[in-house]
Each structure stands twice: as structure tokens, then as C-alpha cells.
Design a protein around this ligand. Structure first.
Ligand code: AMP
Length: 422
């Protein structure tokens, strides 16, 4: 019988990797905390309508990538493909805006999109999301970019560069949309079938189509920047001045548009060469219209999503895989020694000491082999002789030195020796 494997595009994160994931999460929590963000934890399942209404019916995500099903009572549910819509839902449902519209949240967890799996692209992937509600100022956008630069810097990612663009607002984007469609009208034969469809639904997305012929065709397309209204222009200028002032290098990328309909004004991505084709490790921007679209008051908002899997891949390339090494391995020979040693092991573990032991009757040779395989720093040898003399031997595996351990005070003596490093 063949064994069962995980679903295509779904992957396990194994010990050896999880240590890195934990350390990234800790760093992210510290940095976000320092910038005033608080954690929010949300369900993975939401009503399908939430994503259809917020992300937009005519986006790749909603059209073809969502894991949607009808549950036993007939409700149409979706495994969340992104976090922002659900954060806004919670912000509205609990009327948080009524107490104080200004809120800074972060959330970390899995997202689900049925995309074609490849390196750096999974069907269950993880994101670190940050959202700022109630602040219209470009400084909030800058703050998000600073957090990303700071976090990636602390994690040792060297070439992370913010790409920024402005998507305008409902006042000025229609002019650009028209200009773009005029430009494309005489070039229809050079667009892929997806882009031909996007002309009707989401023409901005034609600018970031990955098909080389489409890229070539849109190379000389008008830039959104030329169409910005006065408010959007000031917003974008202030953002750039603030980044200059902070000496954060960035690249103005006129092709940078986002797949989700609710973005407005600032949009940004952090790219790194380390990722090859899937070069974006994080993306985000302003979504001033979303709170209202989801039935709330007119409250501006801005946020980002870091691709946790991709971030872990970049950081892992620079770091050695970690293993959990016991400080002490108890080589207990025979049933009597095991019965005596098990409470010591438990007491050490409870005290937070990495101690290990094999619960099997094995020879000293195979117990030492096991200790060597685990990379144990010390081995406590307890056989029949040691029990009779009430004294075990603690061997330092690096120096091969041995010290006696009084077995009636085994835990205290072990703790002292391990602390001394003897
Ligand atoms: P998005 O929510 O599409 O703006 O994506 C934000 C970030 O999440 C991207 O920059 C990627 O790093 C990451 N990401 C998006 N989709 C996937 C996926 N299918 N697999 C792994 N990471 C992803």
C-alpha cells in the first residue's frame, strides 16, 4: 500500500526549520511591538462574501484561487486567502473604531490560495500582516516600509529594497485607466488571453503581467504617476521625502500595481534578488476604501503582508540548520537504574534543562552511541556498580573528563556541574 502524502502545494515545516520560524516570529513581534502594533488572532474560515466583496469578484484570487466550500448547513465558506479583509471584519464587528479609530494590529498565520505550486509559491503559505487604521497620512505608509526594512535588516537580509508606486484614488485613477485602455486599444493582438480579459475587469493588472510579450507591449504605457490628482501627488511626494530623510533607498516602480481592488495611493513591495523569480518577500499599501466597502465608516487604512515562507527561505540560506542538543544524556543501564534515573530526568526537564535518556535496556556502548548521535554535551553513566556505590560518573563529551556525582543528590549536583560547564 502506498503511504499517504501531504496535499500538493501544502508542506510540512519540520524541526530544524521551526527554530528559524520561531526566531523570525520573535524578531517580528519585537519590532512590531516597538512600533506600537498589537496582536490580533483571527479565524481561518470566513464567509465567502467577505473576500468576494473586499478583494473583488474579478481578481485572480476570487475567480480561481480560493478554497471555497458549502458546509453542512449550506453556508458558503472560504479558507482565507489573505488577512486584511478579516482584520477589517473584526475591526467593524467589535465596533473598535467607535472607541478609537486609530489602531495598529499585526497577525501571523496561514493563508490559502490554489495557485500553481512552485518554489516560493505554495497553496498554504504563511504571512506576517500589519495594518494601521484611522491614519490618512503618508507617514503611516512610511512607518510600514521602515518596519519592513528594520525587520529584514535584523534578520540579516542584505539586499532588500522597497519598490514604491502610487495607484491614485477614485478621483484620478479613472483618467489613467482610460489612458491605459486607449494605449492598449491598438495593441490588442499583442496581449495574452488573461490580459485581454483584464482589460474589462482590472486593466491595471496588465502592467504586472509576467508574459514577456505583454511586458514589452506595456513598456511605453502611460505611467499612473502622471495622472495623480493634487492630493495624491502631495501624498506620494511626502512619502518620498520622508524616505529620503530617513536615508532609506527605494525604487519608484511604475509597474507596481496590486492584485486586490481595494488598494489606493501608496503601494509598495520589498524585493530581493535572493528569491529569483518570486522576488517579492513582502507587499502592501494603502486601502482607504476598504473599511467603507465592508459596511463601515469612511476610515483610511494601510498595511503590509510579509511572505513568511519566502522570508524563512532567504534567512535559512545564510544560517546553519539548528539541532536541539541535550546538555546531558543519562545512560541508565538496566531496569533498576532506569527507575532511579527517570525522576531525575523529569526534574531536570521541569527546571528547563535539556536532558535526555533512552527508555530501553541497552548496553553502555549503544547508549554512548546514542548520546554521540544526539550531540549530548555530557553523559551521566549509571550502571549496577554506580548504583551500589551511590555515585554516578558525569562525562564531559568534549574533554572526556569524568567527575563523580552523588546519586542521592543527583539533580542538584548535575545542575551545578552543568551550570559550571564542568
Ligand atoms: P499578497 O497578499 O499577494 O500581497 O502577498 C504578500 C506576500 O505574500 C508576497 O510578497 C509573498 O512573499 C507572499 N505570498 C503570496 N502568495 C504566496 C504563495 N502562494 N506562496 C508563498 N508566499 C506567497
Amino acid at each position: 500500500m502506498t503511504s499517504i502524502r501531504a496535499i500538493k502545494g501544502f508542506k510540512d515545516i519540520l524541526p530544524g526549520e521551526t527554530e528559524l520560524w520561531q526566531s523570525i516570529e520573535q524578531t517580528a513581534t519585537i519590532v512590531l511591538g516597538a512600533f506600537g502594533f498589537r496582536e490580533i488572532r483571527l479565524p481561518i474560515l470566513e464567509k465567502t462574501e467577505l473576500f468576494a466583496r473586499s478583494i473583488g469578484e474579478a481578481t485572480d484570487i476570487v475567480e480561481k484561487e480560493m478554497y471555497t466550500f458549502t458546509d453542512r448547513s449550506g453556508d458558503l465558506l472560504t479558507m482565507r486567502p489573505e488577512a486584511t479583509a478579516a482584520v477589517v471584519r473584526a475591526y467593524l464587528q467589535h465596533k473598535i473604531y467607535a472607541q478609537d479609530p486609530v489602531q495598529k494590529y499585526y497577525t501571523i498565520g496561514p493563508m490559502f490560495r490554489r495557485e500553481r505550486p512552485q518554489k516560493g509559491r505554495y497553496r498554504q503559505f504563511y504571512q506576517i500582516n500589519a495594518e494601521i487604521f484611522g491614519v490618512a497620512s503618508p507617514y503611516a505608509d512610511v512607518q510600514l516600509i521602515v518596519i519592513l526594512v528594520e525587520l529584514l535588516g535584523r534578520l540579516g537580509v542584505k539586499d532588500a529594497k522597497p519598490h514604491v508606486n502610487s495607484l491614485g484614488c477614485p478621483a484620478c485613477r479613472p483618467d489613467f485607466r482610460r489612458a491605459l485602455l486607449d494605449f492598449l486599444a491598438s495593441r490588442e493582438d499583442r496581449l495574452c488571453s488573461d490580459c485581454l480579459r483584464r482589460r474589462e475587469t482590472n486593466p491595471l493588472r496588465i502592467l504586472d503581467c509576467k508574459v514577456p510579450r505583454c511586458r514589452e507591449t506595456s513598456m511605453d504605457a502611460p505611467a499612473l504617476e502622471q495622472f495623480l490628482c493634487a492630493e495624491c501627488r502631495t501624498h506620494f511626494d511626502t512619502l518620498q521625502q520622508a524616505l529620503d530623510e530617513l536615508a532609506i533607498p527605494y525604487f519608484i516602480d511604475k509597474r507596481l500595481v496590486r492584485g486586490l481592488d481595494y488598494y489606493s495611493r501608496t503601494t509598495f513591495e520589498i524585493q530581493t534578488a535572493a528569491l529569483g523569480a518570486q522576488s517579492a518577500v513582502a507587499g502592501g499599501g494603502r486601502y482607504d476604501g476598504l473599511v467603507q466597502t465592508l459596511g463601515g465608516p469612511d476610515i483610511p487604512a494601510t498595511g503590509f503582508a510579509i511572505g513568511f515562507d519566502r522570508l524563512a527561505e532567504i534567512v535559512a540560506a545564510d544560517r546553519q540548520a539548528t539541532t536541539a542538543v541535550p546538555d546531558v544524556f543519562i545512560a541508565a543501564l538496566g531496569a533498576a537504574a532506569q527507575a532511579r534515573a527517570f525522576p531525575w530526568l523529569t526534574a531536570l526537564n521541569r527546571d528547563g534543562i535539556a536532558a535526555d535518556m533512552l527508555f530501553e535496556d541497552k548496553s553502555l556502548k549503544s547508549l554512548m552511541k546514542r548520546a554521540g548521535k544526539l550531540g549530548a554535551r555530557h553523559v551521566l553513566i549509571v550502571g549496577e556498580n554506580e548504583l551500589a556505590q551511590a555515585t554516578g560518573q558525569l562525562r564531559n563529551m568534549a574533554t572526556r573528563d569524568q567527575v563523580p556525582i552523588a546519586l542521592n543528590r543527583a539533580v542538584a549536583e548535575l545542575t551545578r556541574h552543568l551550570a559550571d560547564g564542568t
